[in-house]
Write a protein that binds this ligand. Structure first.
Ligand code: SF4
Length: 81
């Protein structure tokens, strides 16, 4: 059985293929679509302290926060950011 790391992002969970794919998608976003680097880091700091983060997945909505947080127009489903 896979060991799920609570409060871990994909980066820390060893899910390198998924993270690589996410980064490639983020790189293709236009500057208008993309959250600023500062905002991206701020959002992930919030997710990193959230009980819904588990193994790189948000248990509230099923998204990958490392992906969702990259979009300027996206919001946390729990209104934390
Ligand atoms: S997106 Fe919101 S609910 Fe999901 S892990 Fe991040 S802060 Fe928590």
């Amino acid at each position: 059985m896979e060991n799920i790391c609570k409060r871990c992002f994909l980066l820390e969970s060893g899910r390198d293929d998924t993270l690589k794919s996410i980064k490639e998608h983020i790189d293709r976003l236009s500057e208008k679509e993309k959250a600023s680097d500062e905002e991206y880091r701020r959002r992930l700091e919030v997710c990193g302290g959230c009980d819904f983060l588990s193994g790189g997945v948000c248990l509230k909505c099923g998204c990958y926060p490392e992906f969702r947080a990259a979009f300027a127009g996206q919001k946390c489903p729990y209104k934390k950011w």
